[in-house]
Design a protein around this ligand. Structure first.
Ligand code: F6R
Length: 364
C-alpha cells in the first residue's frame, strides 16, 4: 500500500535513501572501500567498446553511465535509445559488449536491441529491477537494482538505483583498466557511500521544492539545463515534468541554449538549472546569465559555494548539500523528480497513472 503517502510516487520518492543504500551495498564493500562486482560476461580490461542502450528514464541513466565510464575507465561508449539503435544497423566491434538498463526487464524495444546485440556477437550485461524478467533471463549476466516494486508509472527510485549500479561499474572498470588508483577507488566509493544520507537531506527540502513547484505549475513551457553528467538529469527533469504534469518541458545541454532554444526565453519560461560548484560551474553560470538578461526566470539547484554567484540574477536558488561531481547526477535526480511530483499534484493530474502511459511498454 501507499502507507501515509498520497501517491505511490511520493512513497517511492521517499524510498530513495534506503534503495540507494541497499543497491550500493550489493556492489561495494564499505570496509575496504572497494567495488565488488560479480563475474562479468566480458573482461572490462580488454573490451574495445561498450554499447549502452535502454528506453525513457532508463536510457537517461545509461546516458549518465556513458559519462562516468568514459571518464573513469576510458572505454569508448555508445549510448542510444533502443528504438533507434535497432534501426541504425550499428557496426559492432569483435569482442564488444553491451549494457542494457531496464526497471521492468520487459520493455519491447530494449528486448529487440538485446536480440540485435547478441546476433552481432556482443556480450550482454543487463541492469534490471525485476530478477525473473525476460531481460534478466536473456542476458549473459544481470546486475540487480535493489529498488523493490515500483508502482508509480513514472520511474523514480529505480532510476537512481540504476545510476548507483552504473557508478559502481564505472569505478570497477576504471580499476580493471588501471585508469584509477586504489586511493581514487576509495575516494569514489566513499562518495557513493555518502549518497543515501545526502538523499535524505535533499528530501528534507520538500517545502522549498514545493514553493518552486508553485511557480513552475503556472508555466506553459519549461526549460531544464545541465552540463556534463548533469545534462541527462536535465533531460530526466523535463521527461518527468511532461509525463506527469503535462507541462511542455525540454532538457538541454547548457551550452546548446545559445544555439536555438534561447529564442524561446521570455519572462513566462522558467529555466531550471542544475548548476553545482565545480569545473563546469563558470560556463553554466554565464549561460544562465544570458537567459536572465533576456527576461528568463532562472531557478537553480546548486550548493553553498555556487549560491552567491547565482543569487545575483536567479529568481530562486535552492542550495543542496555539496556532494562532489561524481555523485552529483544521482543526487540531482531527486529534486527534479520531486519538483515534477509537486507540480503534478498542484495541477491535479493522475500522478501514479498518467494518461496514455503504461508501466511496462511491451510493444515496439
Ligand atoms: C519515465 C519512465 C519510462 C521508462 C521506460 C523504460 O518516468 O518510467 O520512460 O523509464 O519506459 O522502462 P523500463 O525501465 O521498464 O525498461
Amino acid at each position: 500500500g501507499k502507507g501515509n503517502y498520497r501517491h505511490f510516487m511520493e512513497k517511492e520518492l521517499h524510498e530513495h535513501p534506503a534503495v540507494l543504500g541497499d543497491t550500493l551495498r550489493q556492489y561495494l564493500d564499505p570496509g575496504t572501500l572497494e567495488v565488488r562486482l560479480p563475474r562479468l560476461p566480458f573482461d572490462p580490461a580488454k573490451v574495445p567498446r561498450l554499447t549502452l542502450t535502454a528506453c525513457g528514464s532508463a536510457f537517461l541513466a545509461a546516458h549518465v553511465g556513458r559519462y562516468w565510464i568514459e571518464k573513469l575507465a576510458r572505454i569508448p561508449c555508445d549510448a542510444d535509445v533502443a528504438s533507434e539503435l535497432r534501426y541504425r544497423d550499428p557496426p559492432l566491434p569483435e569482442g564488444g559488449a553491451a549494457i542494457l538498463v531496464s526497471q521492468s526487464g520487459e520493455t519491447a524495444d530494449t528486448m529487440a536491441a538485446l536480440k540485435l546485440l547478441k546476433e552481432g556477437g556482443q556480450k550482454v550485461l543487463s541492469i534490471v529491477n525485476v530478477p525473473e524478467s525476460t531481460m534478466a533471463r536473456s542476458s549473459d549476466a544481470a546486475l540487480l537494482t535493489v529498488a523493490g516494486p515500483e508502482v508509480g508509472v513514472a520511474s523514480t527510485k529505480a532510476f537512481t538505483a540504476q545510476l548507483a549500479v552504473l557508478a559502481c561499474l564505472a569505478v570497477g572498470f576504471g580499476r580493471a583498466r588501471k585508469q584509477i588508483s586504489q586511493v581514487d577507488e576509495g575516494r569514489l566509493t566513499q562518495a557513493l557511500l555518502s549518497v543515501p544520507s545526502f538523499a535524505a537531506e535533499i528530501l528534507d527540502r520538500d517545502a522549498e521544492i514545493r514553493a518552486l513547484a508553485a511557480e513552475v505549475a503556472k508555466a506553459r513551457d519549461v526549460l531544464f539545463l545541465g552540463r556534463g553528467s548533469l545534462f541527462p538529469i536535465a533531460l530526466e527533469g523535463a521527461l518527468k515534468l511532461k509525463e506527469i504534469s503535462y507541462i511542455h518541458a525540454e532538457g538541454y545541454a547548457a551550452g546548446e541554449m545559445k544555439h536555438g532554444p534561447i529564442a524561446l526565453i521570455d519572462s513566462a519560461v522558467p529555466v531550471i538549472a542544475l548548476c553545482p560548484s565545480g569545473p563546469l560551474f563558470e560556463k553554466t553560470c554565464s549561460n544562465l546569465q544570458e537567459a536572465a538578461a533576456r527576461g528568463g526566470r532562472v531557478m537553480a539547484f546548486t550548493d553553498a559555494q555556487g549560491a552567491p554567484a547565482l543569487r545575483r540574477f536567479a529568481e530562486h536558488v535552492i542550495e543542496l548539500p555539496t556532494v562532489g561531481a561524481f555523485s552529483a547526477p544521482i543526487l540531482h535526480a531527486i529534486p527534479v523528480q520531486l519538483l515534477a511530483y509537486h507540480v503534478a499534484v498542484l495541477k491535479g493530474t493522475d500522478v501514479d497513472q498518467p494518461r496514455n502511459l503504461a508501466k511496462s511498454v511491451t510493444v515496439e
